[in-house]
Ligand binder design. Sequence first.
Ligand code: F6P
Length: 343
Amino acid sequence: MRIGVLTAGGDAPGLNAAIRGLGQMAFRDGHELIGIANGWAGLADEFSGRNLSPEELSGIVGQGGTLLGTARYDLDHPTGGRDRVLASLAKHLDALVAIGGDGTQQISNWLSERGAPVVGVPKTLDNDLVGTDYCIGFDTAVSIVAESLDRLYTTAASHHRVMVVETMGRATGWVAAMGGLAGGADLIVIPEFPITMDQIIAHLVKRRSSNNAFSIVVVAEGINLETLGGHEEGGVSTEGIGGVRLATRGVGQFVAAQIDAHGGFEVRTTVLGHLQRGGSPSSYDRIWATRVGAAAYDAVVAEKFGMIPVVRCGGVELTTLATVATGQRQVPRELYDLCAAFF
Ligand code: F6P
């Protein structure tokens, strides 16, 4: 079989481990693995597939980024992009494994509904794909947030300051909540459970009056500024999967400025940004990326198209692309309450 593989949307640590997991299984059984460059662009524009070799997939389990390149490519602009992908897939490949987040899997599902032999692999550092407990890249991002909070803690304590830390998280607060829980945040603000600026200030005042002279406030980039008394102008729009660059909204700076304006606190802001996506994947990401990559191969050879391997209850299962394409999985109330118990 000629099995194609692409990585689409934002990169995440663990993509190379997933490509390796898929590829080494395919080579073992005598199949070809065709690496498509730069996500959907490599199928919608001129076909940019090339044969990958076992040697090329050797030694990459711990490498960040994606050896295939990726892109946020808008298949609906210029029009006809999806049809070109369908045609290119039929012409060049026997099956396609698409590694990506919700935008990518919506396209995978659309292709699959039209009879294309597509299998997905769940990747998004935001960890919010429906139907899976885990997405490639999340564990590494959480570790980076936690380590950053450890570092900010000592300087915050020394200076008796409020540190506002902005994390990634487009529509949900998984990275902020779990990074904050692991790093001992004193307040976590995420889209799922909005709080007002008055509540934030009241919490900081209470902490200070209980002899906690410093505080670390973690804010997810996707929070709604209007609930904090701000004006929601939206982020700068970007072409392709992902839509809007939320980081340009500056929610961390906004929250810090409001705390500063209240008076009585010395405030600093840290935007973790793409540090959360770069560099080497954690062992956890390497292991699970390998497992879902290998499971995608199993699904392809079993011709279970329209499916995606997901992590559920400590194991890998298959679910439908239609399931993961339905929206975002939110941080549940009980998990946020656990975080809040330590505020
Ligand atoms: O979707 C994953 C993600 O890392 C989001 O958390 C973030 O908003 C976005 O990608 C950033 O994308 P880009 O790298 O295109 O700026």
